[in-house]
Design a binder for this molecule. Sequence first.
Ligand code: ADE
Ligand code: ZN
Length: 321
Amino acid sequence: MSSPVAELHMHIEGSLEPELIFALAERNSVQLPYTDLDDLRSRYEFTDLQSFLDLYFANMQVLRTAQDFADLTRAYFARASAGGVAHVEFFFNPQAHVNRGVPLHEVLDGIMDAVGTSEREFGLSSAAIAAILRDRPVHEAEEVFSEIIRLQTPIVGLGLDSAEVGNPPSLFEDVFARARSEGLHVVAHAGEEGPPEYIWQALDLLGAERIDHGVRALEDPALVARLVDEEVPLTVCPLSNVRLCVVDSLSEHPLRTMLEAGLLVTVNSDDPAYFGGYVDDNFAQLRDQLGLTDAERETLARNSITASFASDARKAQLLRG
Ligand code: ADE
Ligand code: ZN
């Protein structure tokens, strides 16, 4: 039996499987622009991040009520737990729902209901990170964050995602400073499609404790040295990188180069319903296509727990296996 893994980089809306899209459309009387499941699945060919985001946001229209968000989150917990995930810190995109008329409390109530019972139901500890859409106006981020704080939602952190190029971390300095002053952890997507400069900004201007993706750090030796020296975790998503054409194939993925450079790398699924698999699928394909060894898998599993925001007691428990 392999050691338990923590998943630190997944978007709960990205675990919306085609079958659930159709079931929720039926439940909520939403008219889908797809004839059937095969028609929907035929659209899962992406050329870059934006081509994926277009479908990701379009499919969210079926999520309406707290029950929908709770069902979505529990479906992911069940699948992740079956794949050996023992702890998860997942993103959700409040603006993506509020902006289409779903009250924020429906989103938060549903997600937090599932988080509250994950240990009992699935043996999985869990925590939610609100992620800011970086391609939306800064004031919108400030407003939604204020509302989350006003509602005293027990999120563990603030993150930054969506279309990266042209939307640098520097735009969001103030809202991240507020998050830190609220005692929240802060993380940011950087160096997926964007340049190493965005990783520097995430560290220096946002105070990011982890970098989500970060694969383009390898282009900047001084940045690699900094990330190694400060033991900044990078939440890498191998299958995502292939599907969004960040790398040409899994066999050419720089994961091993990153490990050998001494970076604190973890393996994650990002948007498992869209990119061909969950964390266990990522590990299985890395073994088959990159020759990932058991020892490397063990290092990655331990890294994921070390890099998590779980309590020291929970980390110790997970590291004992
Ligand atoms: N939102 C969902 N998945 C994402 C990714 N891979 N990069 C940026 N934003 C995202
Ligand atoms: Zn992501």
